[in-house]
Design a protein. Structure first.
Length: 317
């Protein structure tokens, strides 16, 4: 995403320019400004986080090279040799594998032999902070792709859950596997569930970019509203995993939160099939109990993947 070469070629021609302009106007006209201050949430949050989390930023500033190893940032909640499927959680911007998911891991562990039978569960982590992210989202996607290569050979299928920017990291990782012609990608179903992922960008991110002289940030720069990197990523995804690429069983289901003040519904849905679940931008992936819609949707996908024919019917619908 940070480098055009990582996400495929761009569209050209006056027709495309007109189409993109129409898309921009359509979305902007549809934005809800009932909370007229919501556009300030991103830069304010970034500023407050940067001020109150200086220690964390300093600790990670030296860890933002592309060679950083992610083993210490991963949490394996369930890792049993006989289990045939993998469930991976990928957190978002300025978060971590430990803090992003609330009670989600606890709920899963309580049902490890029922709702999540035959699934191993990993919370994947990568370096991200409120500022000084030198690596792009595409860079983080390449790291995740490397991890997937190291584990997918032992599984019959995988579900990858991405929260916020984590959803973009997941798509970049799968695009990297396609570029590398990773054979396992053609042989197993991979279902991606994204929650509050800014496919069209984040409201207010442009203002955050203007603060770059105080806190340069490649990841935030990738997420400005209607950014070219996001458009390139979407074009690349369609060309690699669109309906015509029948050799893959890769699917994406997007979810949005009605109370999300960071990522508007249109952005959270992008061009994917999309549904509403409970919460705001943070609580959308922090279910308190099994009645939370996010938990119920995940259980539904887990059950479907254990039954391959039912799963294929589900993702086709």
């Amino acid at each position: 995403m940070g480098q055009a070469g990582n996400v495929g070629g761009s569209s050209a021609g006056a027709a495309v320019v007109l189409a993109e302009t129409a898309e921009r106007d359509a979305m902007l006209s549809g934005l809800s400004w009932r909370r007229s201050w919501s556009w300030l949430m991103v830069p304010i949050t970034v500023f407050v986080s940067a001020c109150t989390d200086v220690r964390r930023a300093l600790e990670t500033a030296d860890s933002t090279s592309r060679d950083v190893r992610t083993e210490r940032l991963r949490i394996e909640d369930i890792n049993e040799k006989e289990r045939q499927f993998l469930l991976i959680f990928v957190h978002g911007y300025n978060s971590s594998s430990d803090e992003a998911w609330g009670n989600f891991p606890k709920l899963i562990l309580e049902q490890k032999n029922t709702d999540f039978a035959n699934f191993n569960v990993t919370r994947y982590g990568y370096v991200t902070s409120a500022c000084n992210n030198k690596n792009t989202i595409a860079d983080r996607g390449e790291e995740l792709a490397s991890y997937l290569k190291s584990v997918l050979d032992r599984y019959q299928g995988a579900i990858v859950v991405g929260h916020s920017m984590g959803g973009l990291v997941v798509l970049q990782a799968l695009a990297k596997l396609d570029r590398d012609q990773y054979a396992r990608l053609e042989k197993i179903p991979i279902h991606v569930m994204t929650f509050g992922t800014p496919y069209l960008g984040v409201q207010g991110a442009d203002m955050a970019r203007n603060l770059g002289f105080l806190c340069p940030d490649a990841q935030a720069d990738d997420m400005h509203l209607f950014g070219s990197n996001l458009r390139l990523m979407r074009d690349s995804w369609d060309s690699r995993f669109g309906p015509e690429r029948s050799k893959y069983h890769v699917s994406v289901q997007a979810y949005f939160a009605p109370e999300d003040n960071f990522v508007h519904r249109d952005s959270a849905c992008g061009s994917f099939h999309c549904e509403s679940v409970d919460g705001n931008h943070l609580t959308i992936v922090k279910p308190n109990d099994s009645k939370h819609l996010t938990y119920a949707k995940l259980v539904e996908q887990v059950a479907a993947m254990r039954k391959p024919l039912a799963f294929l019917d589900l993702i086709i619908d």
